[in-house]
Design a protein around this ligand. Structure first.
Ligand code: AMP
Ligand code: ZN
Length: 110
């Protein structure tokens, strides 16, 4: 089982900030900004290349809830990051979206 599936199952502890039947949001263990939340679907989808009509409702759910999750962390301006594959530096092969904020990141993408 992948590390995020283990977190979803409760086998590995996490600091949860939002949970429902389809998604889980928790604090990143290695935050890069004052607010750094990881949002995952509660089914194992490896990455953005594996999103399809069969599972996209989970991804839609994530985006429907992101504003509420961000607001719960005291921010309404943030960056959403998804890393897909080797070149992008995806280390956990369970699709996830980083919500990063609480600091002015400027206009440069990278
Ligand atoms: P990525 O590089 O996009 O695959 O990001 C994976 C993210 O998961 C990194 O920012 C890690 O800090 C984070 N991470 C890895 N293990 C854990 C964990 N057990 N709890 C919370 N965040 C984690
Ligand atoms: Zn998984």
């Amino acid at each position: 089982m992948c590390i995020f599936c283990e977190i979803i199952e409760g086998n590995i502890p996490s600091t949860k900030v939002y949970e429902d039947d389809k998604i889980l949001a928790f604090k990143d263990i290695n935050p890069v900004a004052p607010v750094h939340i990881v949002v995952v679907p509660k089914i194992h989808i490896e990455g953005a290349n594996d999103v399809s009509a069969d599972n996209s409702s989970y991804i839609a759910s994530i985006f429907e809830k992101i504003p509420e999750i961000a607001k719960s962390q005291g921010i309404d301006s943030y960056r959403i990051i998804n890393n897909c594959g080797e070149d992008a530096g995806q280390t956990v092969k369970h699709i996830h979206f980083h919500i990063i904020g609480g600091v002015n990141m400027g206009e440069k993408l990278l």
